[in-house]
Every structure is written in structure tokens, then in C-alpha cells.
Design a binder for this molecule. Structure first.
Ligand code: ATP
Length: 237
């Protein structure tokens, strides 16, 4: 199997006057194979967001190596940027824009083929509501619009940071089935969560992080069996 993402020995220490020094990543490793829905599981504060933001070039690491599709990042980010679709912050949209206007704007002039906007609207199940203003959307629909925007450039890897956060049970079910549909179409998905049940329901493989280090990884059933037998000791919800 080929790796879409490889991380080796990633280190990041935050130093702030107010919060002191924090070792957010302490030699973290991860490998995500092509076509997987890969869960990134760890308690709050374990280093998930720091890993994802570092991967996207938003934070500078103190050490370690990361590669996406064989290209070292952040150095090669300009070459691979279009291959990574990511939602790592709460999506913000203009409330008076329709979903289609929003995607047309993000698609830019000529960068993305016009028919791609229809394709992504279809993929996330928003085609029927594409002409409605975003202010009429539920949080779950906004989240799916965010996924649509991340898919515009037809990336190879989709990164979702806690996509179920704040969603009601219906929204969570829709997000889950969207992720599975994308995977069935060949997308590789990296999905962070602190909820074990969510990872169990949608992921093929999982990496568990605790205190900035990988404590377990592998096929989801194997790793979660180790966890329930107490071989992997991490406090998870
Ligand atoms: P959560 O699910 O709560 O977002 P996480 O697993 O994503 O948690 P991170 O947000 O990466 O974890 O945080 C890892 C550690 O780094 C935590 O101890 C956190 O308090 C600390 N940290 C994160 N951002 C900063 C920052 N800007 N300055 C100082 N410390 C930080």
C-alpha cells in the first residue's frame, strides 16, 4: 500500500508568557495509506490540532519530517496544496450568499472547472438547496458546504478536524455517511476526533495520540480491542 501521508518524529513546543512552555508534539509518528478513512483519536489537548495545522503549514514545527504524496512539507506545500482539502477551523461563510455563489467565489476565475461546483454540491447532498442563502442552513449543512469547498480542487487527501463538533444527531449521521461515500469514491480521509465511538463507526484505521506521542495505530478494530483490554491506556470519551 502507498502512503498518502507520513509523519516522523514531529516535535512542537509552544512557549508563551501566559501559559508557559508546552510540549504539544513530542516525536509524533503517523502513516495514512491511500483510500483509508484514518481516524486521529486522542483526548483534548493531546496534539491533534497542532499536528493538522503543522501539516497545512499554519504552524512551524521544531523538528521531524512530514510528507504528503511523497513530497516533503511544508517545503513542497505550494506543489501539493491542491491535493489537500482541509477543514480545521469552524467554517465561516457570507450568510447572504447562496451555497452556489459561495462555491463559485471560492472556485475563483478559471482555476476550477465550472462543472466542478455542481459535482461537489451533488457529492455533499446540497444540490437541491444550492440556490438558498447560507443563513437558512443548519450547522450540519454549513459543515457539508465546508466539505464541498474543500473538495473543489479535487484533492487526494481530505482532512477534517472534529467534523461532528456541535452537530445534532441527524447532522452527525449525515456527516458520517458523507465521509463513507467519499471514501467509496476513492478519497483518503484523515479525521480527528476525541470520541471513540465516532472513529469506530466510520474509520478503517486509527492512530491514537496522547501527550503528543503516538500510543497505538493500525486497523480500527484491532486497536480498539487493545484499548478495551487495557493494553492501550488513554482516557477517551
Ligand atoms: P483539542 O481537541 O482540545 O483541540 P488537541 O488534541 O487538538 O486538543 P492541541 O490543540 O494540538 O490538542 O493542543 C496540544 C497542547 O498544546 C495542549 O496542551 C494545548 O494546551 C497546547 N497549545 C495549543 N495551542 C497553544 C498555543 N497557541 N499556545 C500555547 N499552548 C498551546
Amino acid at each position: 500500500m502507498s502512503a498518502v501521508l507520513e509523519i516522523e518524529g514531529l516535535r512542537k513546543t509552544y512557549k508563551s508568557r501566559r501559559r508557559g512552555t508546552r510540549n504539544a508534539l513530542d516525536g509524533f509518528d503517523m502513516r495514512v495509506e491511500a483510500g483509508q478513512v484514518h481516524g486521529f483519536l486522542g483526548p483534548n489537548g493531546s496534539g491533534k490540532t497542532t499536528t493538522l495545522r503543522t501539516l497545512l503549514g499554519l504552524i512551524r514545527p521544531d523538528g521531524g519530517r512530514m510528507s504528503v504524496l511523497g513530497h516533503q512539507v511544508p517545503a513542497a506545500l505550494p506543489q501539493v496544496a491542491g491535493q489537500i482539502g482541509a477543514i480545521v477551523e469552524s467554517p465561516q461563510f457570507f450568510p447572504h450568499f447562496t451555497a452556489r455563489d459561495t462555491l463559485d467565489l471560492l472556485a475563483g476565475a478559471g482555476e476550477v472547472p465550472r462543472h466542478r461546483v455542481d459535482e461537489v454540491l451533488e457529492l455533499v447532498g446540497l444540490r437541491d438547496r444550492a440556490g438558498d442563502r447560507v443563513k437558512t442552513y443548519s450547522l450540519g449543512m454549513k459543515q457539508r458546504l465546508a466539505v464541498a469547498s474543500a473538495l473543489l480542487k479535487d484533492p487526494k487527501l481530505l482532512i477534517l478536524d472534529e467534523p461532528a463538533n456541535g452537530l445534532d444527531p441527524g447532522g452527525i449521521r449525515e456527516m458520517r455517511s458523507l465521509v463513507r461515500d467519499l471514501a467509496a469514491n476513492g478519497m483518503t480521509v484523515l479525521l480527528s476526533s476525541h470520541i471513540l465511538g465516532e472513529i469506530q463507526l466510520i474509520c478503517d484505521a486509527v492512530t491514537i495520540i496522547s501527550l503528543g506521542r503516538r500510543v497505538a495505530f493500525g486497523p480500527v478494530d484491532e486497536v480498539l480491542a487493545q484499548h478495551s483490554h487495557g493494553t492501550v491506556r488513554v482516557r477517551l470519551e
